[in-house]
Design a protein around this ligand. Sequence first.
Ligand code: GDP
Length: 522
Amino acid sequence: MSALDTPVSKRRTFAIISHPDAGKTTLTEKLLLFGGAIQLAGQVKAKRDRRNTRSDWMGIERERGISVVTSVMTFEYGGHVFNLLDTPGHEDFSEDTYRTLTAVDAAVMVLDGAKGIEARTLKLVEVCRLRDIPIVTFINKMDRDSMDPFDLLDDIEKTLALDTTPMTWPIGRGKSFAGSYDLSRSAIRLRDAEDQTPVNGPEDGRIQALLPPQDYENFVGEVELAAGAAKPFVRQSFLEGHLTPVYWGSALRDMGVKDLIDALGAFAPSPREQKADSRTVEANEERMTGFVFKIQANMDPNHRDRIAFMRVCSGKLTRGMKAKLVRTGKAIGLHTPQFFFAQDRSIADEAFAGDIVGIPNHGTLRIGDTLTEGEDLVFRGVPSFAPEILRRVRVADAMKAKKLKEALQQMAEEGVVQVFQPFDGSQPIVGVVGSLQLDVLKERLDAEYGLEISFETTRFSVCRWVTTTEPGKIDEFARRDSSAMCRDLDGDAVYMATSPYSLKYEEDRWPMLKFTDVKDYQ
Ligand code: GDP
């Protein structure tokens, strides 16, 4: 037993993954309502809009109606502390999403009942599965015409190779959608504001009274079929990421969301152990550890602050404590750690494993940094992906080349773009996964550093990190064409190729070198 067992067991840290338009924002608002974190639905968006008008670079987000910012929302409900990590919807910012997924213990997959699994859902589930993150499914928009529920379950099983257990069943759908039927408890709930009402099975008169005759007949048939055919819910299998419990509802109409949040409290894991380079760290260990998965600048343009989002992995973080930044060995004081709510942020007096705290700093912290109470361990696995778009940056005023270099370094530390310095000393190359990142970079360099820049294409279209166990080989490889070899922010070697064919050619000729397209930070 540890004094930390109770706070740790209460916590549920999760993200919502979905294809744009499936209803993530609407669901987020409704979840926050349960926690009393916001009084009125609609405020998540309203808050974003307000913030945007105050911040120049987020103008991009406003113009295109997309969310660039990953934020954290903490709320309490039913004896649990929920930390909901929001992720950007647009795929150009997918790196941000992948990093965020390193900081959660569970994910809610939201599907549009009319569409089933869509491209982005598939991609995000793949990332969750790489990390064995358990997934709870919420099938939304059941108040509209939707696919047959069995086809939806089948779609999940086949497309994602994930077992499903329907935990509830929709009572009617489309215009007749009336609520959810709890398959194991034999109880119904019509609206989220209500408790469940026990019924005598699917043929109960109260259900019959809710539906037109044909829909009622279908419902009874489906529930019988589901009860006979569905796989039993095995929590272990869910925790290992092999099985997803499925809930149905309409976030817009306040239906099925309570089933979902109750499920997260009941089944989703409390903060899990985290693998570090030297050992595995348990959530209830006494000494504080954590890692930075996200940096955000300019949350409040009036203060020009830079916030590092850290997931606490163990121990207790207390306000004012000193922590060791393992990368540099230096101690930093955590004087004003912050918690985030939908409306606000506040000073955190203490935080436990699973919590996300914001640490204001002026560039000391980077993505992937580990903080401890002294131990030299490093959490690995905040990934960096080989960018697909590679550009040279030109600054209009040549006198500002040095300032540009500094600014790019900062942007790279924040994970806005990746920056590669060619061995031959030529202009740095920036790499991004999605082109909107370039727009963000351009706007931010202008707004925050007064740098007017333009992008130039390069002859490169592919890049790979290069590693080897044979000393000297990378230098030998680099000597052939030093303009095609770069160092990244950490000083690791990166090879730039003009095409996948030339990459393949070099891979065949240099078998002692390993060319990889993903790298853990640090
Ligand atoms: P996001 O892109 O995943 O964040 O999706 P939003 O929450 O912004 O929802 C996209 C659109 O679907 C909006 O117009 C919502 O009002 C609508 N919507 C969300 N949930 C539901 C639902 O349960 N039923 C219906 N009919 N519409 C919904």
